[in-house]
Design a protein around this ligand. Sequence first.
Ligand SMILES: [Mn+2]
Length: 428
Amino acid sequence: MSGSFTFVHTADLHLDSQFRGFELAGANRDRVPGKVLRRLRNCTFEAYERIVDLCIEQRADFLLLAGDIYDVADKSLRAQLKFRDGLVRLAEAGIQAFVVHGNHDHCAGWRADLEFPKTVHIFSDQAVEHRPVFRGGREIATVYGISYPGPAVAEDLAGRFERRPGASYAIALLHCNVGRMAGYENYAPCRLSDLLRKGFDYWALGHVHSQVWLNPSGPGVAYPGCPQGRHHREAGDKGCLLVKVTGENAAIQFVPTATVRWETVRISIEGVNSDQVLLEKLEERLLGLWQSLDEKSLVVRVQLIGRGALYKHLARAAYLDNLLGELRGRFSLTGESFIWIDSISNGTKGAVDKAELAATDTLLGDLLSMAQRARADQKLKQELLGALASLIEHPRAGRYLELPHGADFDDLLDRAEELAIDLLWDGE
Ligand SMILES: [Mn+2]
């Protein structure tokens, strides 16, 4: 093997995403403020800048970009110039870059006539090419890759990869769907077992927007996910992968890069006795979330849940809209970072007196009193778990179920009670 070296793996940058859906979703409410939209339209570039910074800080030998660098095939000039700027910064630091294009930025789209640094290789859409990486005159790795010729690739492109015998650390760079991953177009479909059989040291994949390790116990097969989320389905932390190779071993580390986070916050109205308290609770939770996320900009969906007296207020016409307006006003948009509340949804229900219901001589009463007893009565708990076991051990149903234990069991009782009340109680 070839000593130690470092590379960074990213994909699905979707540079210059326009957030049109987000803007339109706000059309019938307050308009999304210019400041928020501007930040959003910059955030894909900010994440890219951070990736370039990371490469330079870590003295990486090369950067791998596994497709969907741009959001659309007919990419903007701005996106291409910004992408080039980052590649120039890398070139100045002596860092090479390897690029394949995916379904969003396939090679049939428009491309500006720009000069990229010599340190950049963009793989062809015709055949799998391979390029050696040198450091100090010595070959440390070989990168193989192929780009998408058009938007929809039905062929298993991974099948075309062949590792040359005796070559250095071999990396395969590909935009593809491994194992029919749900929620993503089944482009360049392939199976993990086929990838592993090819004998590469690392499969640098793109296409899936969340971070996934496909082969934690063996050679790296990984999706880094998108470095910046762009809507609520891309919530949570987003980043790229920093890979340090020493001999046969690769230490793979996730590094956060997103500057804006998409989050959903569920807040219960249980025990919230006034509108004032609800407002304060919401404000406190959102501020707490923002602080816990290093004061990164936040786009938040609020879901109000639970049972409580405030349920009736929330059902009033325009109450939620007013609440949304008030909260938006409370988080000023003056600084660099922002908290933007995208929506508030109401899933709350009226308060019930469970003890009173449990005392009634009804099916619901029996069910609730049994659930209450099961919390304290170990024997009854074991009996109920025994009844569950026949489900869990069922050859077909069991595949989808897991046996609860400890606090999980009480949680299950809570949920069973709620469900029973919903189904069996009409409020009278
Ligand atoms: Mn993508």
